[in-house]
Ligand binder design. Structure first.
Ligand SMILES: C[S@@+](CC[C@H](N)C(=O)[O-])C[C@H]1O[C@@H](n2cnc3c(N)ncnc32)[C@H](O)[C@@H]1O
Length: 350
């Protein structure tokens, strides 16, 4: 049976609109349901055979009745299915919240509900009124500190953030390696590369490539460990430093989800520092969301609000990116989709 036509202006249309709006208004409930499901490892326990609330609560030390109610909510969101007799099974979407699953979003679910994001978003209307993140007031940070300083001071949340970033890199890595011609590249620097997921993947695909991550000291140990696990330690260098001060020399610079953290002047400084140390014929690859037309459903437009709430940056359209490149000695020569909201832009030094 087809869906019944709804008469414009009718009570049915009003009720549907109200329900949709209510779901959006209470969207933050979903964030914390996902965070709790991830923190209590619901999908991992269910997949490992601990399929009832009692079994999970025993393993997690959680309240059995509240755990059952969480499972019921998770089932209504499509993360688990009711398998009868109080048992649950994991759906394919729920499996993406499992630890270590390819493309796992477990860490992202934890990060989005943890203090840096949660408390900054709590001050979001003020961020709009004042034109910038209220992260300092929201988290009691000192003057001049930013979200990355907070993560350095809170290593557990910092480790979740770094893992969330590496896992998200895993989703686009195939598209990026396909888009990139590494011919003639001998040194690649992953600028703000976190634990190095991107550069390690490129190094694995090209055995003669030497790679480095430039990032803050807080990720250094995990980046070195990740290089070991990827089997590329002998060709990898971790540079603990500040991309606003200096960037190591390279013939390929990788900047994934970096420019969107910063304002235009800060982006130009980072890009100029890359340009200043660039070897002859160097290229840069920018992997970022690109804002499209107004009114189109757009993850980039929503991510832009996250940048306003939590960081000091913004999402940009291609002309705004190009203005940054012109101001910093680079020129964009291509842009390719990755199948996600992110695009791969390739720049040449001018
Ligand atoms: C949004 S994350 C992106 C990480 C990685 N490129 C990715 O996409 O998975 C931004 C990274 O920039 C690093 N970062 C922030 N400020 C920095 C600075 N001043 N110098 C070097 N790295 C910095 C952070 O530690 C973090 O790893």
């Amino acid at each position: 049976m087809g869906e019944e036509a709804v008469i414009p202006g009718s009570d049915v249309e009003l009720a549907r609109g109200a329900m949709k709006l209510l779901e959006m208004i209470s969207g933050y409930w979903v964030t914390q349901i996902l965070r709790a499901s991830a923190e209590l490892s619901l999908p991992d326990h269910v997949a490992a055979g601990a399929a009832t609330a009692e079994e999970i609560s025993e393993r997690e030390g959680s309240d059995p009745k509240a755990t059952y109610r969480l499972l019921r909510a998770a089932a209504s969101l499509g993360l688990v299915d009711d398998a009868g007799n109080g048992r649950f099974s994991v759906t394919p979407m729920g499996a993406l919240l499992r630890k270590g699953a390819p493309g796992s979003l477990r860490e992202m679910a934890i990060v989005q509900g943890a203090p840096l994001h949660w408390q900054s978003w709590g001050a979001f209307p003020d961020a709009v009124r004042k034109g910038g993140t209220q992260v300092r007031a929201a988290l009691g940070l000192a003057d001049g500190e930013n979200g990355f300083d907070y993560l350095g001071e809170h290593p557990e949340e910092g480790a979740h953030f770094a893992a969330a970033m590496s896992n998200a890199t895993g989703i686009v890595i195939g598209a990026v390696t396909e888009a990139l011609d590494l011919e003639g590249v001998s040194v690649a620097v992953d600028v703000g590369g976190s634990t190095g997921a991107l550069v390690h993947a490129l190094m694995k695909s090209r055995p003669e490539l030497t790679g480095a991550v430039l990032d803050l000291p807080q990720v250094a140990d995990d980046a070195a460990q990740a290089a070991k696990e990827a089997g590329v330690s002998d060709r990898f260098r971790m540079v603990s430093g500040d991309f606003f001060v200096e960037v190591p020399a390279a013939d390929l610079y990788l900047l994934k989800m970096i420019l969107h953290d910063w304002d235009d002047a800060q982006c130009v400084t980072i890009l100029r520092n890359c340009r200043a140390s660039a070897k002859p014929g160097a290229r840069a690859v920018i992997i970022e969301s690109v804002v499209g037309g107004v009114g189109e459903p757009s993850f980039a437009a929503l991510l832009d609000m996250n940048m306003l709430a939590v960081m000091h940056g913004q999402e940009r359209d291609l002309s705004a990116f190009d203005a940054l490149y012109v101001a910093s000695g680079w020129r964009r020569v291509s842009v390719r989709p990755t199948g996600t909201s992110q695009f791969v832009q390739e720049l040449v030094a001018v």
